[in-house]
Design a protein around this ligand. Structure first.
Ligand SMILES: Cc1cc2nc3c(=O)[nH]c(=O)nc-3n(C[C@H](O)[C@H](O)[C@H](O)COP(=O)(O)O)c2cc1C
Length: 147
């Protein structure tokens, strides 16, 4: 069945390795950009960072999510960008955040996923997606990007 392409929404999850130290300055800069741009594009999601990794979920119109991901994937602040999960969605999971931020500490379930040899690159996409949702539901530290 054909539907207008702008009505197709998707959710994308990727993992990457930070190219350098994950400083507050870098995070602030990423989030400031993300908040302005994502709100304008109708994109929502969550960025988890810590332990040298980024996990990010991006949801919204398919062409807009794909375009954003193409830009993010070539950003020199991270490397080894790998898509873990991509799906068409009827409903958003992170609809209230233009981009929420979750800090990953060593104690987080996601980091313990395969501890001590934590390797998100060999984790299952849906499993990591659940971990991200659990982190939010468990009230892990979340910073809303400030206006
Ligand atoms: C881990 C990470 C996550 C990012 N997330 C977003 C995002 O959600 N939205 C966004 O617009 N840019 C995000 N960026 C920044 C983009 O990679 C890129 O710098 C920016 O979109 C460039 O926009 P411009 O061409 O308008 O300057 C992210 C960068 C990194 C390293």
């Amino acid at each position: 069945m054909r539907v207008p392409s702008h009505s197709i929404n998707v959710r994308l999850l990727y993992v990457s390795r930070a190219a350098g130290p994950q400083t507050t300055t870098m995070t602030t800069s990423i989030l400031a950009h993300a908040k302005a741009n994502n709100a304008q594009q109708g994109i929502t999601g969550v960025l988890c960072q810590g332990q040298g990794f980024f996990f990010q979920v991006i949801e919204g119109q398919r062409s807009r999510v794909n375009a954003l991901f193409r830009r993010i994937a070539v950003d020199a602040r991270h490397k080894d960008v790998e898509v873990l999960h991509y799906e068409e969605i009827q409903e958003r999971l992170f609809g209230q955040w233009s981009m929420a931020l979750v800090h990953l500490s060593v104690d987080d379930p996601m980091v313990r996923l395969q501890h001590p040899d934590f390797d998100p690159y060999s984790a299952s996409g849906p499993q990591v997606m659940h971990q991200v949702m659990d982190l939010l539901a468990a009230g892990q530290p979340i910073e809303l990007p400030r206006a």
